[in-house]
Design a protein around this ligand. Structure first.
Ligand code: ATP
Length: 303
């Protein structure tokens, strides 16, 4: 079994703390690393891939330290977020170059196997500069898989892909995992993660915020208090009715309308029309005011 373990890992760049005391264990199957931009996902992936040392704490693969350990590098494949820079090479030349860098006994055979794995044989003689986003992603995967590592780390692999390319890549990731690999991919989109990952690790502002299967993470996100802005024919009367009912954690009368922080999202959305009717108030608008992903993540960290 191939397991990556992070124990109390921190990483800072000068005085920027990118990763702060993170502990997690990544086992076989697909794990999604979910978090908003700047959460520290790339930094974590680079530490797991042996590209970057931790400032403190330990990052190990099956108990062996990853940093500065060439034997371990042979067991890791990393697909970075940035686009392949070798646009003048054909797909095949690029993957073959990686096979030679790894000093594989039969680089030609390893290249053919990796190209077949990602279904890129048909385009292997074309230069990478002419590839679509999805094809570039797949050729990067082939180069990361050429030495047949049991671990594959993918940084934001779905970025910029159209829905068809996305489905194709999801399928490929599932297939790689079904072959017994340990796969971790990062994303800032919950829907993307929940469709492929059996397990999700959430990071926010450098900290580990939550982990579990997608149902657990979904529940955490929809159970959080929700904020609404309600506009009506008489905000003052409506605010009084909501306060009297006791189903809101906070009610504030503002120039824009009544700002309500509901404890139970579903109950509140059912209750509000009845409260309005009973108090003779007509609702004009009910809009969620904190639906940004950042606010959802902020809630998870503050729990
Ligand atoms: N080389 C660097 N020098 C200084 N600060 C850095 C460096 N790399 C990352 N950071 C900072 O560390 C924090 C985490 O960045 P990181 O790229 O790991 O996050 P991320 O979750 O991958 O975000 P994104 O999805 O935007 O790439 C950010 O505040 C970022 O500005």
């Amino acid at each position: 079994m191939t397991v990556i373990r992070l124990e109390n890992v921190s990483r800072w760049y000068g005085n920027v703390v990118a990763v702060n005391g993170v502990s997690m264990t990544i086992g076989p199957g697909v794990t999604g690393l979910l978090g908003p931009n700047g959460a520290g996902k790339s930094t974590l992936i680079h530490m797991m891939g042996g590209f970057l040392p931790a400032s403190s704490g330990t990052v190990t693969l099956d108990g062996e330290p990853i940093w500065s350990n060439p034997e371990i590098y042979r067991r890791l494949g990393l697909v970075p977020e940035r686009e392949a820079a070798y646009d003048f090479l054909t797909g095949k030349q690029f993957v073959l170059a990686m096979a030679k860098l790894f000093k594989l006994p039969d680089p030609g055979a390893a290249t053919a196997r990796a190209l077949a794995l990602v279904e890129m044989e048909y385009a292997q003689e074309r230069v990478i500069g002419k590839y679509s986003k999805g094809m570039k992603q797949r050729i990067k995967m082939a180069s990361a898989l050429v030495h047949d590592p049991p671990v594959l780390l993918l940084d934001e692999p779905f970025n910029g892909m159209d829905p068809r390319q996305r489905l194709h890549l999801m399928d490929l990731i599932r297939r790689m995992a079904a072959e017994g690999r340990t796969i971790l991919f990062s994303s800032h989109i919950l829907e993307e993660v929940e469709r492929v990952a059996g397990h999700i690790e959430v990071v926010v502002a450098g900290r580990h915020a939550a982990s579990g299967d997608f149902r657990a993470i979904r529940r955490l996100m929809s159970d959080r208090p929700h904020q609404f802005l309600v506009r009506s024919t008489d905000d003052r009367v409506l605010a009084a009715a909501i306060i009297a009912d006791g189903s809101a954690r906070a009610v504030e009368l503002t120039a824009k309308g009544v700002r309500v922080e509901a404890v139970d999202f579903r109950r509140f959305t059912r209750l509000l029309p009845r409260l309005a009717r009973d108090s003779g108030v007509r609702l004009w608008e009910v809009s969620p005011s904190d639906e940004s992903l950042e606010s959802v993540f902020a809630y998870l960290v503050a729990r």
